[in-house]
Design a protein. Structure first.
Length: 163
């Protein structure tokens, strides 16, 4: 599958679900910052980390993995990309989360609009993937973390007696 329109539609669909989850938290009447920083268990990531991880992944995946350069936002990637450890001291506000999500998602889509979707990139562990396959993987990745956000929000509501 290398149809750019289909890939962009898939990415927009997964992003709308993620943003919809964040909108639900904001509209809930709960203390948004408390919800964003709540952990469902010891060593589990909070909602803010899950969302920021999506933003950091778009930056790192394109700029480092595919293009072979450096991340555009090294501090974002250091705090939230794969291999980072969620921190109770680093729970960004919803406005920061939205800004980073928007900025990195738009940059990712702009990259795809100018990329050769059939180009093959070598990844760690002897994996080769086309740019189109990478985009589909990132849509799946975002859906996975949206699911983590959804689950964590539901666990938060259950733990706090919210229906």
């Amino acid at each position: 599958m290398s149809d750019l329109k289909t890939i962009l539609s898939l990415l927009d669909f997964t992003r709308d679900r993620l943003v919809g989850s964040l909108d639900g938290i904001v509209k809930s009447g709960q203390d948004v910052q408390q919800v964003l920083g709540w952990r469902p268990g010891v060593g589990r990531a909070h909602i803010a980390w899950q969302a920021m991880h999506c933003a950091a992944t778009h930056d790192k995946y394109v700029n480092v993995r595919i293009l072979g350069g450096e991340p555009k936002d090294p501090s974002l990637c250091e705090s939230f990309a794969g291999g980072s450890t969620p921190s109770d001291a680093n729970v960004p506000a919803i406005s920061t989360i939205r800004e980073k999500l928007d900025l990195n998602f738009e940059a990712f889509k702009a990259f795809l609009n100018s990329a050769d979707l059939a180009k093959i990139t070598d990844f760690p562990n002897s994996v080769q993937r086309t740019t189109a396959e990478s985009a589909i993987l990132l849509a799946w990745h975002e859906a996975h973390h949206q699911g983590q956000i959804h689950l964590t929000w539901n666990l938060y509501k259950a733990a706090h007696g919210i229906s």
